[in-house]
Design a protein around this ligand. Structure first.
Ligand code: HEM
Length: 160
């Protein structure tokens, strides 16, 4: 059950942040100003999905790790503070700021500077989450490196 929660929450977190990134990039490049305002206004509401999904992925991940900190599990654990700090200190404030600016129709140079920063740091978090997903799929055996699962010190079996 914890494994299913982890799989669903982790996948949902990546899909949500990738949707934010793509809808922002596509609307800025190709859509009308009204669409940009709609996208920028909708993204903060998406946090209601993203933040619980990330918290559930992290919490269930630590439960699945059962105290193990070696190899790919250690790498996953080390990425989490960067993912969280990037989200809390940069991505959430940037999204709230951009939503307010867009609603006020203030598409000035500061808007685009913050927008560029948000896209760069969003791409960093997508990359870190994707690495966590890759390592997770290897750990669970859904994605194989060679023909065997990664052996974790202290793990008797990872199941069938
Ligand atoms: C939010 C970031 C994370 C994402 C996107 C993520 C994603 C995944 C995915 C997709 C799987 C495969 C699940 C399956 O095939 O059933 C997995 C497995 C796993 N993850 Fe994560 N994970 C994240 C964070 C963590 C953290 C922080 C830890 C450890 C503290 C962790 C520990 C594990 C373990 C131990 C497994 C193997 C579960 C098993 O098959 O027994 N994950 N992860």
């Amino acid at each position: 059950m914890t494994r299913l929660v982890h799989l669903v929450a982790g996948t949902l977190a990546i899909l949500t942040i990738a949707t934010f990134w793509l809808s922002t990039a596509l609307s800025e490049l190709f859509a009308s100003q009204a669409t940009v305002v709609a996208v920028k206004t909708a993204i903060p509401w998406g946090f209601l999905l993203l933040i619980p999904a990330l918290a559930a992925a992290g919490g269930s991940g630590f439960a699945l790790a059962k105290g193990r900190r070696g190899g790919p599990i250690g790498a996953k654990v080390r990425r989490m503070p960067y993912i969280a700090a990037n989200g809390l200190l940069i991505l959430i404030p940037a999204a709230l700021y951009l939503a307010a600016k867009a609603r006020a129709a203030e598409f000035d140079s500061l808007f685009y500077a913050v927008q560029a920063l948000e896209l760069c740091m969003g791409a960093v978090n997508i990359a870190l989450l994707s690495l966590n997903m890759r390592d997770g799929l290897r750990l669970s055996g859904r994605r194989r490196r060679g023909s065997r699962r990664i052996a974790e010190p202290g793990s008797s079996s990872l199941g069938p």
